[in-house]
Ligand binder design. Sequence first.
Ligand code: ADP
Length: 269
Amino acid sequence: MSLVRCDGVVQIYRAQDVEVVALRDVDLTIAAGETVALLGPSGAGKSTLLWLLAGLLRPSAGRLWLDGADLGRLDQRRLDRLRATHIGMVLQNPARNLIGHLSAAQNVAFAQRAVRRDRRRARELLGRVGLADAADRPAGRMSGGEQQRLALAVALANAPRLLLADEPTSQLDEESGRRVIELVRDAAADGTTAVVVTHDPAVGEALDRTVTIRDGRVGAEGRRGEDFVVVGREGAVQVPPEYHHLLPPGSMARIEELQDGIALRRAEP
Ligand code: ADP
């Protein structure tokens, strides 16, 4: 069963009199328990998609479902409730996930306010991110790496159906990064679906599936080490950048029919 479904999602930011189309016609289905690495160049729209899935933004057009609920159409109270019970989020700037004057343990407890308080889970999570001895330290006094690990423990504190994490290993050394990946995979085994924006190849390799966003669209997907282009609405296909030397943007190609697909051959002008 799918936990997340995006159907023709468009996000347009309006700042003064300019409009930025951050996402255009994103179609994406994510199964319950699946772990997805969201890849793509900077400015492609990855964080925007994460914010939409978190219910922090409402799509300009198209629809998004989380666990059967249409996120764009819930009233604010229901959306807040769904977010507190169903979603755990790690924002890119780790300090923004935390309440600085509260201790690590209090931050985790606060994240459990909408669900049943579970001290054992809280302690276990702090241990899993290597902060067992830091439970009483104020979050605001921690290093960037410690805050990043604490932010993941906080995001998982309510045993969310959906974990959304933006670059959760960007400030971590290899060993801590590995523990973070392990924790995400273990959470998935317990039923938490994960969508992780990352530039870290180790994260991409460790998760079930990669989805590459380019220019606001789903351009490619990877599963078990194999990469595929995704045929979008109206048959649009993005030629991956590593083939631009053969088929540069703006070039014309001849289509050749094969038994099981088509080949594109550059037409000499
Ligand atoms: P990524 O996470 O892949 O780097 P983003 O989702 O942050 O991409 O941004 C996608 C596009 O939307 C970029 O062109 C970015 O400049 C623009 N953008 C993001 N947030 C805002 C905002 N709050 N207001 C205006 N433009 C924005």
